[in-house]
Design a protein around this ligand. Structure first.
Ligand code: PMP
Length: 440
């Protein structure tokens, strides 16, 4: 699909006739809680190209919400999955020794941005990895409280959704949530609803933690960990200013608090480094991964300093499926492809082409685009109003470019790491056309 044929190629009105049938059947039977962005019904995909059920071709700048890191159906990943499936589909790694499980843990440990020895626990999803890490930090420290940030997204299971504070609707109706979770402001000031202007506030987080939270609500000696996304994902692709993460590390060290980096969206090469926290030169105590980890198969992980993981004993935490053989084989192949095909360099290089092109577009449409920010292939384009970002998402879809909103007024640009500069330029052309039709 991703060779020889020009993309995008949208031949039917969207949704096409077959997609309309699928939509009708889906709407009648699936949970209405699923927040469908637009009527895309994919049938098959390769590289950065998706074909829908009606034969329309799309350029994929979502990568299945930052999941299809090596591109769709990468031959090496497919071959590894097929070989593993023919050999052993499942045996629980909680109770038995699976070679592919320990190989995956070792391969992941080798990438960990932590200086000392680490241990790894594998899960089925990002949220499960977050919940596992939450249990671990409480168990390892004996401290009851944890802190996460406004704007954070950590998943939908009870622990993870309690840490999440990006949209009030994610909590509404579900309380009481998990006790002992406190929230602090991230490194961005609140956006001006009139102008859309945002600014960094270097001191906001630290003033709040030291002078408000630790003084009036909780003694820092009772805080087990701070959970942080090195770049906020669902909250709007927000990049903290240089030095912010280092200050957060120092604050944690001052109080014996663990630093947990949630790299579910920012990790596995998306920013041009294996882990986004590497750009800050900071080592976390626990690192959480999922999404891009297995190129689309369900796999999550938390990697912790060995002494933390060694604080809990047999049976303290487990999972029937977590780290099942086929997702593990996909993860091993994914790590190899990232290394062998130089995908970190590609993410940095094509990311720079995209960022420059998007900044040019922003300069041409100052009353529509208020900010372009990002690192590597994790780029957010922010609009003045939510109506504008919604219209851009829809306009791109109609022209065969798949992008997805995040935050309130931001469109994220997060293609597979195998994206080419030519494909990036095609996407920029489409975005330029779409922006030209967006009212100020
Ligand atoms: N953490 C982050 C940073 C995420 O972006 C997400 C998913 N968007 C999650 C956790 C939850 O992952 P999952 O959907 O696999 O549970």
């Amino acid at each position: 699909l991703d060779t020889g044929r020009p993309v995008p190629d949208v031949r039917t009105e969207l949704p096409g006739p077959l997609a309309r049938e699928i939509l009708a059947a889906d709407t009648a039977i699936t949970s209405p809680s699923l927040p469908r962005a637009y009527p895309l019904a994919p049938r098959r995909a390769s590289g950065c190209v998706i074909e829908d059920v009606d034969g329309n071709l799309f350029l994929d700048f979502n990568a299945g919400i930052a999941v299809n890191s090596t591109g769709h159906t990468h031959p090496a990943v497919v071959a590894a999955v097929q070989a593993q499936a023919a050999e052993l589909l499942h045996y629980s790694a909680s109770d038995f020794y699976l070679p592919v499980y320990s190989q995956t843990c070792a391969a992941l440990a080798a990438t960990a941005p932590m200086p000392g020895p680490v241990r790894v626990f594998l899960t089925n999803s990002g949220a499960e990895a977050v919940d596992g890490a939450l249990k671990l930090v409480r168990h390892a420290t004996g401290r009851p409280y944890v802190i996460s940030f406004f704007g954070a997204f950590h998943g939908r299971t009870y622990g993870a959704v309690t840490l999440t504070a990006s949209k009030a609707k994610y909590h509404k109706g579900f309380g009481p949530l998990v006790p002992g979770v406190l929230h602090a402001p991230y490194a961005w000031s609140v956006r001006d609803p009139e102008t859309g202007a945002r600014s960094h506030d270097e001191d906001l987080t630290f003033d709040f933690l030291e002078n408000t939270l630790f003084r009036h609500q909780v003694d820092p000696s009772e805080v087990a960990a701070v959970f942080v996304e090195p770049i906020q994902g669902e909250g709007g692709y927000l990049v903290p200013p240089q030095g912010w993460m280092r200050r957060l590390r120092e604050l944690c060290d001052r109080h014996g608090i663990l630093l947990v980096a949630d790299e579910v969206q920012s990790g596995m090469g998306r920013t041009g480094a294996m882990w986004a926290i590497e750009h800050a030169g900071v080592a976390p105590d626990v690192l959480i991964s999922a999404k891009g980890l297995a190129s689309g198969l369900p796999l999550g992980a938390f990697i912790a300093r060995a002494e933390l993981m060694e604080s809990w004993g047999a049976g303290a935490h487990g999972s029937t499926y977590g780290g099942s053989p086929v997702p593990c084989a996909a993860a091993l192949a994914t790590l190899e492809v990232i290394r062998d095909e130089g995908l970190l360099d590609n993410a940095a290089k094509v990311g720079a082409v995209l960022t420059e092109g998007l900044r040019d577009l922003a300069a041409r449409h100052p009353s529509v685009v208020t900010d372009v920010r990002g690192v590597g292939l994790m780029i957010g384009v922010e609009f003045r109003t939510a109506a504008q970002s919604a219209a851009v998402q829809q306009g791109c879809f109609e022209r065969g470019l798949l992008v997805l909103e995040c935050g309130e007024t931001t469109v994220r640009v997060s293609p597979p790491l195998v994206i080419t500069a030519d494909q990036a330029r095609t996407a920029l052309d489409i975005l330029g056309d779409v922006l030209a039709g967006i009212p100020a």
